[in-house]
Design a protein around this ligand. Structure first.
Ligand SMILES: C[S@@+](CC[C@H](N)C(=O)[O-])C[C@H]1O[C@@H](n2cnc3c(N)ncnc32)[C@H](O)[C@@H]1O
Length: 284
């Protein structure tokens, strides 16, 4: 079959599920991954014959997309902060707002980044995206990362190898942790924060595919992770050290109050869409 012919089938098959622009973007990413073909190369050679292996891969991806499986899980990888990360259904797909959190942390570091020797902890590391991006940009710092999921930690370790950095990963349930073993300059976390009641707003690709363990908290106690992590940070951050969180935009005021009450000097930050999605607490 010719690639242009497949593209027409692809567009037709997915047209009731996604807008045209998204379908075209899926197609371009798939041909790049499976055929090593850029959009421009396709435009110059639309009559290219697809081999049976290539057709098999493209067709399987098309069927999975129809079921709203995220493209990142279909390909088994994604990009975050300019780096490649393996992902699977045990790891949350890293989000652009989390890249903004990493940018914020790095922009706050006043010393020379290539030589600064900071002790950093990432809580709920998932794919390892935050920890690994920080390790890559702060080569002399020591980065530790924990998660309760062994499956996520396995992927995170593979990602550290893939990106040629060392991160000290360990399996820990933060909610059952009495105290941290080290003192840190930076503690960062993007913990689960979506309330059960917010599930109605969520898309099928997230609801049906991404790990519940990474996403949801109860309606009754949505800040459980923030409370626990802030109380641990109170004892295990250096004076002047920083606690960074990605937060639930609907609970920014409550999250800030909680962190302030523990004695931190707080700053809320908006994402590029103008929503409060990050907070910093400086230990006084
Ligand atoms: C929102 S995801 C964030 C993943 C990754 N840091 C990111 O930003 O894409 C939350 C992570 O917290 C982990 N987690 C959930 N409960 C936990 C617990 N009690 N202790 C430690 N980690 C936990 C999940 O397995 C998941 O990887």
């Amino acid at each position: 079959m010719k690639l242009l012919e497949f593209k027409k089938q692809f567009q037709l098959f997915l047209k009731d599920e996604f807008p045209d622009t998204e379908i075209n973007s899926f197609f371009n990413i798939l041909i790049e991954n499976y055929l090593g073909l850029s959009r421009l190369e396709f435009a110059l050679n639309p009559e290219k014959e697809v081999t049976s292996d290539e057709f098999q891969n493209l067709n399987t991806a098309m069927l999975k997309l129809k079921e709203h499986e995220p493209l990142q899980y279909i390909l088994g990888e994604t990009e975050f902060f300019g780096l490649k990360f393996k992902v699977d259904p045990n790891t949350l797909i890293p989000r652009p707002e989390t890249e903004e959190l990493v940018s914020w942390i790095l922009s706050d570091i006043e010393q020379d980044k290539t030589n600064s020797q900071l002790n950093i902890l990432d809580i709920g590391t998932g794919s390892g995206c935050i920890a690994i991006s920080l390790a890559k940009n702060l080569p002399k710092s020591s980065v530790f990362a924990i998660d309760v999921s062994s499956e996520a930690l396995k992927i995170a370790s593979e990602n550290a190898q893939l990106n040629e950095v060392f991160v000290d990963f360990s399996k820990t349930d933060i909610l059952n942790t009495e105290s941290l073993l080290e003192t840190f300059h930076i503690i960062v976390s993007n913990p689960p924060y979506v309330r059960e009641l917010e599930k109605v707003e969520m898309h099928r690709n997230v609801l049906e595919n991404e790990p519940d363990l990474a996403l949801y908290v109860s309606n009754e106690d949505p800040l459980i992770f923030y409370r626990k992590i802030t109380s641990l940070a109170k004892n295990n951050l250096e004076v002047g050290g920083c606690l960074y969180f990605e937060i639930n935009q609907y609970l920014s005021k409550e999250t800030e109050d909680l962190i302030k009450k523990e004695g931190f000097k707080t700053t809320l930050k908006k994402d590029i869409f103008g929503n409060f999605r990050m907070i910093k607490g400086v230990k006084k």
